[in-house]
Design a protein around this ligand. Sequence first.
Ligand code: 5GP
Ligand code: MN
Length: 345
Amino acid sequence: MEPIDIKTVKLFRKAIEAASGPIALVAHVNADGDAIGSVLGLSRVLRNAGKQTVVLAPNHFPPYYKWIAGAEEILIFSQFYREVRKALASSGMMICLDLNSPARTADMKELLEKYRKSSIVIDHHPFPQKFTNLLISHPECSSTAELVFHVIKQMGYREYIDMEAAEALYCGIMTDTGSFDFNISDPQTFRTVSELLEWKIDPIKIHEKVYDNYSADRMRLLGYCLCECMNILPEYHTAVMHLSRDIQQKFNFLPGDNEGFVNYPLSIKDIHFSVLFTEKDDHIKVSFRSKGDFPTNDMAAKYFNGGGHKNASGGELKVPFEKAIELFYTVLPDYKELLEATRRG
Ligand code: 5GP
Ligand code: MN
């Protein structure tokens, strides 16, 4: 990992100590383990340091992250928008984690853009937008949770980490590396994990809480999806999956049930690129994953109003389900040469 700019870390610490009011920590829409682990881990450390905090998320997050300490206190904008507005209005500082632009908070976007007190983004997504006073952006870092851990240490707040904070940060690293399957080329990530183990966290228990906690319906949906809704395009080294509302209803779909689906086709020999289309209430969600050099975020940004990392990105379209899938098949040939040249891992 690149060294973190010491000046920015010092200014961050100063801003925290000068904040007149609770510190608001903000996660991105459809928060994942890294977003939840980062906001809750850092919030816990700040509270241990005697600060007041409030944790905000644009919408509900999957139930298998509810065991993380502080999860029950997260204020959800889609349900409690007045409270979230108030919380931001009376806060003394805003910390945005695991997001690189206000748009990543969906309907909270304007609140972030209008925020006038001190603010910071700590994130590992490429192409950060500058909308806060301070920015700590490390796209080469495995996860925001790992970055948060280093920032905490550089601030001199290591003594405020406890087991619960270490668990939250570990969960972020574990989920953003697919349980140490990708984003792990930097030895630093394993050093970070080994250091987190000093707080006596139990990695087996954490893995079970996140990955062995699904409903039977979700497992059946996965089986159905792989069997009936996966199209393999060998000439493009690509797999396309689609999850319509009809199919979701058949399996009593709950938010988070499709988490991880898009990774499965990458286990197929010679498949380098995997795409999942999920039909939502008012838009189509697209998830992209790749192995090796193929930059999924290029297609996500150019055609699907999205972005993200090279090997994991996503986007959204407000068009009929079939149109979104059709668009994908139309633009895929433009990437044929790149897909053919892609070397895995
Ligand atoms: P997922 O497919 O798990 O929803 O998202 C994977 C990654 O893609 C996220 O960590 C995020 O970086 C990026 N991503 C997903 N959806 C969007 C989107 O709508 N806009 C942007 N800019 N990035 C997205
Ligand atoms: Mn992340």
